[in-house]
Design a protein. Structure first.
Length: 361
């Protein structure tokens, strides 16, 4: 998702999933054939287990939050109630009561703490039940009665379902989270494995996390000695770089000008990297390079003191003759940072381009 803004409006650019919600699909056409329902359930489990492997627990899985694309593949949406590892208490459990009533696991209702992965599996079981039957396993207009049914976990599984499907539903909708089936056991189940194509791990995108430690290794030169190609940016990223569209002030207390600036330059990529290194070295900074990025460091006796400064520098290509240089302060003296930014932008920037990207210094 991309977020852009003007002075009066905020724009969110989202992927358009043509198939809409799985809920609407079931509401309009009824239950799915078992083979088709199993395929969607397989994708659901793949997606949920991947989230769990990254420490993300959805906590609001339901038909309305499962979208279907033009090819009939599902996409899990709405992670607004999801939990991360830092949300766990000292007992290793989550304690926030949340979710949709018909899909919530019994242990969440008990207010004694719950495992995010186990409760998500329960919700997946409710989704599977609805996919294969066309109606909810636990339902009542009275919430107290509904929760009693969920606590008992006594879902009436239709006799016309296959033995494999019935067994899967019963093992997931187990009111005891300790004995409830896990994602690993689900994937090992014979019914689940029918016509199953596991998610290709090669297609998964690696998490990207950059901090000071990422620059602790000196960059190895390329075989031909040429600099690494700059990162390309798309139109949304370019527009979002404009200071008048920067939304960070809504969420961050620190002044953006104390943390990040950008300027454009028409120097070549090799000249930019060489000149940046020369300028910051002349100013008394130490430079570390890795993967086309600079880390500019000024420390007193190797320690992060009040006069120290660390700035990450990266170059993006807009066109073959125009680049964006981004400077991000990791920590340190704001006065020294502004001097560095001013020096670089004055020496390397395009004088006539302030309207394209505003230098926030």
């Amino acid at each position: 998702m991309q977020v852009l803004a003007s002075k009066s409006k905020i724009y969110m650019v989202l992927e358009y999933v043509t198939g809409g919600e799985l809920f609407d699909r079931i509401a309009s056409k009824g239950k799915l054939p078992e083979a088709e329902g199993r395929k969607m359930f397989q994708q659901l489990i793949d997606g949920v287990s991947y989230c769990h492997s990254k420490g993300v627990f959805h906590r609001d899985l339901k038909l309305e939050n499962v979208l279907v694309d033009a090819k009939g593949n599902i996409k899990i949406s709405d992670f607004g109630l999801s939990a991360l590892p830092q949300h766990f208490r000292d007992d290793g459990l989550l304690h926030t009561t949340c979710g949709s009533p018909n899909y919530v696991a019994p242990e969440i209702l008990s207010n004694r703490g719950y495992d995010g992965a186990t409760s998500d599996i329960w919700s997946c079981g409710v989704i599977l039940y609805v996919i294969l039957t066309g109606y909810l396993p636990f339902d009542d207009r009275n919430l107290a009665v509904l929760y009693q049914k969920i606590f008992k976990g006594d879902a009436q599984v239709p006799k016309w379902l296959s033995p494999g499907a019935k067994n899967m539903i019963k093992r997931i909708l187990d009111p005891n989270p300790v004995t409830r089936i896990t994602t690993a056991d689900i994937k090992a189940d014979e019914w689940f494995k029918l016509d199953y194509t596991p998610m290709d791990s090669a297609e998964e995108q690696d998490d990207v996390y950059i901090d000071d430690a990422a620059f602790s290794i000196q960059e190895a030169p390329s075989e031909d000695g040429s600099p690494k190609s700059p990162n390309l940016i798309n139109a949304f990223q370019l527009i979002g770089m404009s200071s008048c569209l920067d939304l960070s002030g809504l969420f961050e207390k620190e002044d953006v000008s104390e943390r990040k600036i950008r300027f454009t330059s028409n120097h070549s990529m090799s000249d930019l990297l060489e000149k940046i290194e020369d300028i910051v070295t002349e100013m008394g900074f130490r430079v570390q390079k890795r993967n086309g990025r600079f880390q500019v460091i000024q420390e007193h006796r190797g320690k992060k003191s009040s006069g120290s400064l660390s700035v990450a520098t990266e170059v993006f290509e807009i066109s073959p003759s125009l680049y964006v240089v981004e400077l991000r302060k990791s920590y340190g003296d704001s006065s020294a940072y502004r001097q560095l930014c001013t020096k670089l932008s004055n020496d390397l920037g395009v004088p006539s381009s302030p309207g394209l990207l505003t230098t926030e210094v």
